[in-house]
Design a protein around this ligand. Structure first.
Ligand code: JBK
Length: 271
């Protein structure tokens, strides 16, 4: 996979040299380049922003440096002859984007080339995204509903979520499947030695050696946690394949099965 990141703070992306992602780059599984947007300006001051038309606070990123940078990264990709069909995906982190999810991470992990455009200030001149759609599949993406200073931190999160799905990047592929969100539920709690720590005991079932009971307990913990912390994940959950024990546990947590899907009982406790 080839990834290009364009930012006015390329040093912000330094963590991509480290750990799992740095290793993937060393192993040739990932070709990742970070570009300084200011290198694509032509004025003496390397200007990347200007005041917003229509007024208002803050500054807007100018269109031309972005067009120059994006044209350069689209062209610089040698794995694809110009005009051969497959457009690279341009991801624009923004609070106004669609929500980035594990399912989208999987979709993006199947792409040949990803380009991330890190906006700062009040955002990028909207015409850049219109123009870019001729050369890229443009996907504005949001990590969540909170305010960041720019797209860089969101890119770090998205690149990590995507790159770890590439074949060979995570040593043990089993650690990819049994994870939070892969089955639509939160993870069960985990414990390690010592079995007694500051008067707190590991749940005895985990020391019982009864693997059936352990699996059932963990499953119950997943439902309990999800109902408590993320009830939105359970509403509409496909209950078709759930064993009877799971349905009973869910009924106790305030969920019924209606038309094969979980539905929160009206009288269930509030979030
Ligand atoms: C936010 O991806 N985001 O969520 C994001 C990107 C850039 C700025 C932001 O405020 N939330």
């Amino acid at each position: 996979m080839r990834i290009d990141v364009v930012s006015i703070f390329p040093e912000y992306l330094a963590p991509l040299e480290l750990s799992l992602i740095g290793k993937a780059r060393q192993d040739g599984l990932l070709d990742l380049l970070v570009h300084d947007l200011r290198d694509f300006t032509t004025d003496r001051h390397r200007t990347v922003d200007d005041t917003p038309y229509g007024g208002g606070a803050g500054m807007v990123m100018k269109a031309e440096p972005w067009a120059q940078a994006l044209a350069a990264v689209a062209e610089g990709y040698s794995g694809r002859a110009p005009g051969d069909g497959a457009k690279p995906v341009l991801i624009v982190p923004s609070p106004a984007g669609k929500r980035f999810t594990q399912a989208i991470a999987h979709e993006l992990a199947d792409e040949e080339q990803l380009v991330f455009a890190c906006g700062r200030y009040e955002g990028i001149d909207e015409r850049v995204l219109e123009w870019a759609s001729e050369h890229f599949t443009v996907r504005p993406m949001s990590l969540g509903d909170y305010v960041l200073n720019g797209g860089e931190v969101a890119v770090l999160a998205m690149v990590e979520a995507i790159v770890r799905l590439l074949p060979g990047v995570v040593g043990n592929p089993e650690s990819l499947v049994e994870e939070s969100h892969s089955d639509g539920l939160l993870e069960y709690p985990v414990y390690t030695k010592p079995s007694s720590w500051r008067d707190r005991e590991v749940p005895p079932v985990l020391l019982s050696g009864n693997h059936g009971k352990i699996a059932q307990w963990r499953r119950h913990q997943q439902f309990q946690r999800t109902a408590e912390r993320r009830p939105d994940l359970l509403d509409g959950f496909d209950a078709g394949a759930l064993p009877r024990a799971d349905r009973t546990a869910l009924a106790d947590l305030g969920y019924d099965v209606v038309d094969g899907r979980l539905k929160r009982r009206a009288d269930a406790t509030e979030d």
